[in-house]
Design a protein around this ligand. Structure first.
Ligand SMILES: Nc1ncnc2c1ncn2[C@@H]1O[C@H](COP(=O)(O)OP(=O)(O)OP(=O)(O)O)[C@@H](O)[C@H]1O
Ligand SMILES: [Mg+2]
Length: 280
């Protein structure tokens, strides 16, 4: 059983309704409880925005889903395969079906952008020839909206926005069905953030991706998210479209979306819709 883990999984794509199912998740660090019976289902081919105050456990939730953080309790399935009950190696066939852009990028600083993108290819497809591997990496760099020559640059030679794109290129290396993005537009100027949002939406549309998108960026939520999950009180208190969330009347949701920044983002979205409506 263990010696077949290098065989590439077949490329059958997930057909169920929920590629990610989290049930009764508990995460404790010492005496600190981050999650208490958290439930969440991600729908196939949606962009799910995940919001919550700083330190509410958004990144810990993502790390639990991708098996980097063994939860204290609870059950998590990705593509109908248990992440929480399986041996670490048993999930090798699932791990190559998702891509992750970590908060802060997490590129290897001693490798060029192209070499960074090659890392997951080497890991999961060791039989690929170096030429083909380099070619695939080059294609992913372009797909992420970077100029071709960026493939030969080191992370320290890139701007913040380019680093995010390089991280995205690496997340796309294995043609994932499921993409995890942790604060992809943090630190970008509004135009850079808007471009990154549009790229995310375009990739989701054309590649049929399901996207788990952690963000503080209200413009992102309005512009590209199909639904939004709100983390508060150690669990997901609501999931839905922004109007559905507002109907809950929860004070945090109310303040978040109807505070000054929320109102500004709503205004931007309304103007964009009016403009694109007028153009078409
Ligand atoms: N490995 C760990 N050991 C101990 N505590 C941890 C660990 N990882 C996270 N925590 C704690 O869990 C809590 C949630 O952290 P997490 O990084 O998920 O927050 P977040 O919602 O992503 O915040 P931000 O919006 O600032 O990124 C924090 O209090 C953090 O200190
Ligand atoms: Mg975080």
């Amino acid at each position: 059983m263990h010696d077949d883990h290098r065989v590439p999984a077949d490329h059958e794509r997930f057909r169920g309704d929920y590629p990610v199912v989290v049930e009764g998740l508990v995460n404790r660090f010492g005496t600190q409880t981050v999650h208490e019976h958290l439930d969440l289902k991600v729908r196939r081919r949606e962009i799910l925005g995940v919001v919550g105050g700083s330190g509410t456990g958004k990144s810990v939730l993502m790390r639990s889903i991708i098996g980097l953080q063994q939860p204290t309790e609870g059950h998590i399935e990705v593509f109908n395969r248990s992440i929480t009950d399986a041996e670490p190696d048993a999930n090798i066939g699932v791990r190559n079906r998702w891509g992750v852009l970590f908060q802060g990028g997490a590129l290897f600083s001693t490798l060029t952008v192209g070499e960074n993108v090659e890392v997951p290819l080497r890991q999961f497809y060791p039989e690929l020839s170096p030429e083909l591997r380099r070619e695939i990496a080059r294609y992913k760099v372009l797909l992420s909206g970077l100029p071709e020559e960026a493939a030969n640059k080191y992370p320290s030679e890139l701007s913040g926005g380019m680093k995010k794109r390089a991280g995205l290129a690496r997340a796309l290396a294995l043609d994932p069905e499921l993409l995890f993005l942790d604060e992809p537009t943090a630190g970008l100027d509004p135009i850079g953030a808007d471009k990154f949002d549009r790229l995310t939406k375009e990739l989701q549309d054309t590649l049929g991706l399901t996207v788990f998108l952690i963000t503080h960026d209200l413009d992102t939520l309005y512009a590209i998210c199909d639904r939004v999950a709100v983390l508060a009180d150690k669990r997901v208190i609501a999931v839905g479209t922004i109007p559905e969330l507002l109907e809950t009347g929860h004070p945090w949701i109310e303040e978040y979306f109807n505070g000054p920044r929320g109102r500004a983002a709503q205004g931007t979205q309304a103007r964009t819709q009016a403009r694109t409506g007028a153009e078409s």
